[in-house]
Design a binder for this molecule. Structure first.
Ligand SMILES: Nc1ncnc2c1ncn2[C@@H]1O[C@H](COP(=O)(O)OP(=O)(O)OP(=O)(O)O)[C@@H](O)[C@H]1O
Length: 300
């Protein structure tokens, strides 16, 4: 495996103070590698978005380090941070909210190209915009003059992906990128993310509630519960042989782990959640690291 592009080392982040403090992310370590996807899974409030925002440098860690190509972000200087901001891009849940409705697709892609590839001029810019649109399987002639409201949700999410590529993204943080899309186009967007990873060597951090999509796009998985990592490892291993009660909880809500992610049965069953969550809470304090990539439960 190649060296990680980004590594979090024992990163913690809390909000609020005193008795009202929320430990949103506690002692989080993981690495993102070129050409690989790490899925971050857990129910609402488990700390996934906080981890994404830490990676995006929207939040600074209270403690711990974030490394970019092996160097501490706090020590890479202004030029290093500029490179980091270009290299690390995010795709959001709502593909409409993240596109300026007043701008055309051409404008939306031209701006990041100017920032990410300033050497391109004139016709080369037009050609690169057309190439980017083809790469995300859109017909340049049909969409380049359109505004976001004239596009479908799936097309908008493709524009968002093209925009990250225009910036020269080497890492894409995708926070529930398909949850607001029609089931029929989810697979297409996930396939596109898989292509970015395979063909361009992009590293992906894929955030989801949905284990079935995690299995579809990720090689590695990290399960979060109440701001902590409870289990981490190869996606198939973790999902076929979960060690932690909370992972079993998530899986128990998906009756068949091989179930297709577009099946409505692949959603958390709220009635099952409470009882197993109680069990998970009891076990949580006994989680120990047994190897670089695996966490499991201490023998009683
Ligand atoms: N800016 C903030 N200020 C205060 N508390 C916050 C803030 N951001 C997150 N939290 C709290 O931190 C915890 C983790 O939230 P986070 O959004 O990271 O979870 P999540 O797993 O991404 O949830 P969801 O799937 O609903 O987005 C929650 O208890 C949340 O209320």
């Amino acid at each position: 495996m190649q060296e990680p592009i980004i590594a979090l080392e024992q990163v913690s982040k809390s909000f609020g103070h005193g008795s009202k403090a929320v430990r949103a992310a506690h002692d989080i370590s993981f690495a993102l590698h070129p050409g690989r996807t790490l899925a971050l899974v857990g129910e609402s409030g488990s700390g996934k978005t906080t981890c994404a925002r830490l990676v995006m440098r929207e939040y600074r860690p209270d403690s711990g380090r974030i490394l970019f190509r092996g160097k501490d972000l706090n020590a890479i200087g202004a030029a290093g941070l500029k490179e980091y901001r270009r290299a690390v891009q995010m795709i959001f849940q709502d593909p409409f909210a993240s596109l300026n409705p007043a701008h055309t697709v051409d404008f939306i892609l031209r701006r990041p190209l100017a920032l990410g590839r300033p050497h391109l001029k004139g016709r080369a810019v037009d050609e690169t915009i057309a190439d980017l649109l083809r790469r995300v399987e859109l017909n340049p002639g049909a969409v380049v003059r359109k505004h976001p409201h004239e596009l479908s949700g799936g097309q908008r999410q493709r524009i968002n992906i093209a925009r990250t590529l225009a910036m020269g993204a080497q890492v894409i943080v995708a926070d529930e990128p398909t949850s607001m899309l029609d089931v029929s186009v989810r697979l297409e967007v996930l396939n596109l993310l898989n292509e970015m990873k395979r063909d361009l060597g992009v590293a992906l951090l894929y955030i989801t509630h949905d284990l079935a999509t995690a299995r579809y796009v990720a090689e590695d998985i990290l399960v979060m519960y109440a701001g902590q990592i409870v289990e981490w490892g190869d996606v198939h291993q973790v999902l076929t042989n979960p060690q932690h009660a909370y992972t079993r909880l998530l899986l128990s809500a998906v009756p068949d782990p091989e179930i297709r992610f577009d099946d409505p049965g692949a959603r958390l069953d709220p009635r099952a959640v409470d009882a197993i969550r109680r069990e998970a809470r009891l076990l949580q304090d006994r989680v120990v690291e047994i190897g670089p990539n695996h966490f499991t439960r201490q023998a009683a």
